[in-house]
Design a protein. Structure first.
Length: 191
């Protein structure tokens, strides 16, 4: 296992430009982010999101200020993420993924053993920016790229430090024909 946090590997020298709250969020040791998410998408996306949820991807319910915890830990060179989203009616949605360093300034987030999203990361004005490159279909050691627009559209994520321990995140999927098809955003504190 690398002693360097996965995100630090991808950012290289840019890691030093990341505010302490975001460095804490991506630290090597096990940690938990606690906060709330706003989740929104157009109504016609509902059947598609139900299908994607069966594959382990995304969240198929809307909500405002939905209590959310994100647990992260390392297993070898893989970072595991478990998001637990608790809706007001008591329904709990768990969204698991695992991240691997993909070389250069790129990471892959897998939502299943076979499906992932390759993203480039960079620091711009103290904010962490993700930009989707393509989806990945993993068949053994073979990674088959699939254009983002064939599935949901282009992924962008921006994370902004709010103070020493808190940060805001904004995740969006924007399709070239249909516009914004999914968004979740919220504020978190790393414990």
């Amino acid at each position: 296992m690398s002693a360097i946090p996965l995100m630090q590997q991808a950012l290289g020298a840019q890691w030093q430009q990341l505010p302490p709250a975001l460095q804490a969020h991506y630290q090597q040791s096990r940690n938990t982010d606690v906060g709330a998410l706003d989740i929104d998408y157009p109504a016609p996306m509902q059947p598609y999101l139900h299908f994607l949820r069966l594959l382990g991807a995304l969240v198929n319910r809307r909500g405002k200020a939905v209590p959310t915890t994100v647990e992260k830990w390392m297993e070898g060179d893989t970072q595991r993420w478990q998001r637990t989203i608790t809706f007001p009616d008591g329904k709990v949605v768990v969204f698991k993924s695992h991240w691997v360093y993909a070389g250069g300034n790129e990471v892959i987030e897998y939502v299943s053993p076979f499906v992932g999203l390759r993203m480039a990361v960079s620091v711009v004005d103290g904010k962490l920016h993700y930009s989707g490159r393509h989806l990945v279909l993993k068949l053994g050691r073979v990674l088959i790229p699939i254009p983002e627009w064939l599935v949901l559209g282009h992924t962008t994520i921006v994370e902004t430090a709010l103070d020493e321990g808190g940060f805001a995140m904004d995740f969006r999927l924007t399709h070239p024909w249909f516009g914004e098809v999914f968004r979740y955003a919220g504020e978190f504190t790393t414990e």
